[in-house]
Write a protein that binds this ligand. Structure first.
Ligand code: HEC
Ligand code: HEC
Length: 200
């Protein structure tokens, strides 16, 4: 960590120290195809994890409840539908239950309340139950990833508070694997390697 970041982290307290990530892509030409594929395997472990995939449900407008804390995999209870708005505007707003609160909520089975704009991911970012190749091809396709290159993908990870939650969910939920920093590093390694997918 750079000294200036350590200082900023100390001044801001422990929460920020744990959250802040650095975007340091490896130099072009220094990452082999094989290293890129290894990074992808780790990326897939993250994006297919319940803390991510439960919201990345593709054309379905139903969030999922899956992972050990849910016991069994099922669609979100209470007939919740995200609609085309993805925030439930046509039915019941996600924020009715997933409101934002400042203090951490550690009660098992309570609705996560970490972002005022809690909503379902866009249909193109379709990850729930999808194969490694499916997601790999989607994430490198500018037409289906909101025109993001690897730098924009990594920066998105830092800016999104929901992601900071996914690695520190509380309430007995299993955190996403690795760490937010390691995941961002893997996106950069994969991108610099030329976005390899196993089906190439
Ligand atoms: C609460 C629902 C929710 C959860 C949980 C969630 N996401 Fe998302 N995700 C979204 C929404 C909404 C967008 C669209 C926001 C945007 O494009 O700025 C998005 C977009 C993305 C994108 C942009 C790429 C694309 O193809 O559009 C990436 C990368 C991403 N999420 C990664 C993750 C990862 C990694 C996790 C788990 C650690 C995760 N998300 C968990 C809702 C979620
Ligand atoms: C009526 C209240 C309510 C509404 C409305 C609601 N949720 Fe939830 N949601 C919950 C509760 C409660 C849980 C946690 C259930 C548990 O842990 O057993 C939850 C959990 C989730 C999870 C799983 C998080 C995880 O990984 O553990 C996702 C994803 C989710 N909701 C998305 C949404 C989206 C998207 C909307 C709007 C389209 C929405 N919810 C609307 C109450 C609600």
């Amino acid at each position: 960590m750079k000294p200036i970041l350590i200082l900023a982290a100390l001044l801001a307290g422990p929460a920020l120290a744990a959250d802040k990530i650095e975007i340091n892509p490896p130099a072009k030409g220094t990452v082999s195809n094989a290293q890129g594929l290894e990074a992808w395997v780790r990326i897939y472990e993250v994006v297919s994890h319940p803390r991510c995939a439960n919201c990345h449900t593709g054309a379905s407008d139903r969030p999922m409840w899956s992972g050990p804390s849910y016991g069994r995999t099922r669609v979100h209870g209470m007939n919740v539908q995200a609609g085309e708005s993805r925030i439930g505007a046509e039915f019941v707003l996600c924020s009715t239950c997933h409101a934002y609160r400042e203090e951490p909520l550690d009660t098992p089975h309570a609705a996560p309340q970490v972002a005022a704009d809690w909503r379902l991911a866009p249909p193109e970012a379709d990850w729930f139950g999808k194969s490694s190749d499916d997601i790999c091809n989607q994430l490198r396709d500018p037409d289906r990833n909101d025109d993001r290159d690897y730098l924009a993908l990594a920066e998105h990870l830092d800016h999104d508070v929901i992601l900071h939650w996914a690695w520190n969910p509380g309430g007995g939920r299993e955190p996403a694997p690795f760490s937010l920093q390691e995941h961002a590093d893997d996106i950069l390694i994969w991108g610099v390697a030329g976005y390899p997918c196993a089906n190439d």
